[in-house]
Design a binder for this molecule. Structure first.
Ligand code: ADP
Ligand code: ZN
Length: 643
């Protein structure tokens, strides 16, 4: 029984439900949506943390619509996503909501027109970038709304951008303190999909949200399968991953550098895949073109696009059917990893988050931190965050348990260590591990001896050669074959040594010195480790290369396609509806999912409604869409049902 049957709903909640149903065509709120909406409609401040795809937009869109109906005027949405504002506003228009944006893509007269509409009260939601919101002309405009009691709400989207501890700091966000200083009586709602405890408290402080109610959902994305493999031949590994699991599907491949983005995109194209590059070095027009191609590609009608990108790509991307996110290089921290992988599977269908990483990634990330111009405290925090990601990559237990523990949510409450999700590589095919305690001790002693004998330190490659007793030129040059540690680790292969060293770096026992050619040095923890009983377990290194193909075939996601349970007639209707949707989307210059989601079309295909009344009961069918498209949809369905 719904709670409303027992307790009469507040007027705010009743209004919110009406809007949810009439405008968006949905029958019930999810998770914290209702509570957050109730808070803001009532004039309170809110901080909303909900994972990607869980419906954050409604948390500010419904209050904006509700408060306008209550005579409170216009909502301003602060968002860094200039390249997506056109589609966001287009989606609201499709639902019959008056929205507009002000950003640098508009000409002077176009912006002036928006300002006029704003002052005439013809707009419900106004999207603007933070640098716009804090400029004098804009503030004067908002002043005049405020004075007339026509400023209903500020929504601050992607609120983690305000924090330097977050993975996407935007200095312009700092200026947003002006909002509550200048407009103290206007409610504010800040939203983000990713923030660990530190970032969260920083958001509260920076945006002065101490008085805000917090709505924090579970960070779990159960339909995403996590898999982290050791890097040996990344391009081949990526091709095999796409080949065995994602042929004909849309995905994102993240790389560290612009150069690598270009190379990998070319490589995928050479293999007959439709891949496009995206990075900050490309012209804005090219970036927008590639992004639009990605968002508008309709994999169900045969246009899969793989976006190969740096982290410049992806914030706010709401394409529902991204089936995989692959990392060819390791991100900076768990927040980055979680945010990027979170772009997969927004539609709730199975999706893969795949990463390959190696010793070089660890070395590079350390170096970037050490060489950054930031102060020591900042570097210390960043090192800690990187270490947490390394620990995730090296983990032999459930990846999801680790991720949730990082965000302070211990899986099912049993504690991270015993948590099993059954949808990550470690749960599905438990990693074979070997006891590397002895090897670790040998490595430590080797680093120590080499440093002592030569007075300088060396990189991983040379240290491994010494451990394995290889007579290289460098060994001869430094006379390292005379060391007592020369050849003491011949029983282990190079890959094994690399994983041991990675573990030691992950544990903070070995330090990578960027000022001395990334050489490895012992830290104070090395002595502690040698004195302790601490065991080091390392995952077997060969799994991916030798049995990888077989394993991934066995682990292949069992995809319950929307069409799986459809009869022949429904399937035909579904195909016809999709073809029709593609036409409409093209005409309106919007992505297809903005017109109707696959799930909505699938319900129509299955139920074959014969009247507007029947059609209006389908999830995702709001009043405006029913008006605009209802007759056409019914005609399509009728044609195919009688044929
Ligand atoms: P995010 O939290 O990533 O911003 P969105 O706001 O884009 O997520 O929502 C994800 C999808 O879920 C959207 O297509 C939205 O229409 C849909 N959605 C949101 N809330 C509901 C609901 N209460 N019932 C059904 N669908 C919903
Ligand atoms: Zn798991």
């Amino acid at each position: 029984m719904p709670a409303s049957a027992v307790f009469p709903a507040s007027p705010a909640v009743t209004l919110a439900h009406t809007i949810l149903h009439d405008i968006f065509g949905y029958s019930a709120f999810r998770g914290h949506q209702q509570a957050a909406i109730e808070c803001v409609v009532g004039g309170g401040d809110a901080l909303v943390l909900m994972p990607t795809g869980s419906g954050k937009s409604l948390c500010y869109q419904i209050p904006a619509i509700a408060r306008q109906r209550l005579g409170k005027g216009i909502a301003v949405v602060v968002s860094p996503l200039i390249a997506l504002m056109h589609d966001q506003v287009g989606a609201l228009h499709e639902a019959g909501v008056e929205a507009a944006f002000l950003n640098s893509t508009l000409s002077g007269p176009e912006a002036g027109e928006v300002e006029q509409r704003l002052l005439r009260g013809e707009i419900t939601l106004l999207y603007a970038a933070p640098e716009r919101v804090t400029n004098a002309r804009f503030l004067a405009l908002v002043d005049s709304l405020y004075e007339r009691g026509q400023l209903s709400l500020f929504a601050i989207d992607e609120a983690h951008c305000v924090s330097q501890w977050g993975h996407d700091f935007r200095p312009e966000y700092r200026g947003l303190t002006v909002l509550h200083e200048r407009f103290p009586n206007t409610p504010r709602i800040a939203l983000t999909a990713t923030a660990d405890a530190l970032t969260r408290s920083d958001i509260v402080e920076r945006l002065q949200l101490q008085g805000a109610q917090q709505f924090v959902s579970s960070f779990d994305r159960p339909n995403i399968r996590y898999k982290i493999v050791e890097k040996n031949d990344p391009r081949k590994q990526l091709l095999r991953f796409i080949d065995t699991e994602h042929m004909g599907e849309a995905g994102i491949v993240y790389c560290q550098s612009r150069k690598r983005v270009e190379e990998v995109a070319d490589m995928l194209c050479e293999h007959g895949l439709r891949a496009l590059p995206y990075h900050a070095g490309l012209d804005r027009a090219v970036r927008q073109k590639n992004q639009d191609a990605f968002l508008r590609s309709d994999t169900t009608t045969g246009e899969p696009v793989i976006m190969v990108a740096t982290i410049a790509f992806g914030m706010g991307i709401d394409k529902p059917d991204v089936r995989f996110v692959a990392h060819l290089d390791m991100p900076k921290n768990i927040e980055g990893y979680y945010q990027e992988t979170g772009r997969a599977g927004r539609d709730g269908e199975p999706a893969n988050a795949w990463m390959c990483y190696g010793l070089q990634d660890v070395v590079n990330q350390r170096r970037m931190i050490d060489e950054s111009p930031a102060d020591e405290t900042y570097k210390q925090v960043m090192r800690g965050k990187l270490d947490a990601l390394l620990a995730l990559a090296e983990a032999t237990e459930c990846r999801r348990g680790r991720l949730l523990a990082y965000f302070d949510q211990k899986g099912d409450g049993e504690g991270a260590a015993s948590y099993r999700c059954n949808n990550c590589d470690n749960c599905l095919s438990p990693a074979a591990t070997w006891d590397a305690t002895d090897a670790a001790r040998k490595a430590i002693s080797c680093i120590y001896r080499v440093q002592q004998a030569s007075g300088i330190s060396f990189g991983a490659g040379h240290l491994i050669d010494i451990l394995r007793g290889k007579a290289t030129d460098k060994v001869a040059q430094f006379n390292h074959s005379t060391l007592s540690t020369f050849g003491i680790g011949a029983e282990f292969g190079e890959q094994q040594w690399r994983s041991v060293l990675r573990q030691l770096i992950a544990l903070g026992i070995v330090h990578v010195n960027p000022e001395a050619f990334n050489t490895l040095q012992l830290t104070a923890s090395a002595r502690e480790f040698l004195r302790s009983e601490q065991k080091i377990l390392v995952r077997e290194t060969t799994a991916e290369t030798t049995s990888g193909a077989r394993k991934s075939a066995a682990n292949k996601l069992s995809k319950e396609k929307a069409t799986a349970n459809m009869n022949l007639g429904a399937r035909e209707r579904f195909a016809a509806l999709k073809a029709w949707r593609a036409e409409v989307a093209k005409e309106h210059n919007l992505p297809a999912y903005v017109i109707f989601h696959d799930a909505t079309l699938a319900s129509i295909a299955n139920q074959a409604p014969q009247s507007l009344q029947e059609l209006s009961g389908i999830s995702g069918m709001g009043t405006k869409k029913l008006d605009a498209y209802g007759q056409e949809v019914l005609r399509l369905v009728a044609q195919l049902s009688t044929a």
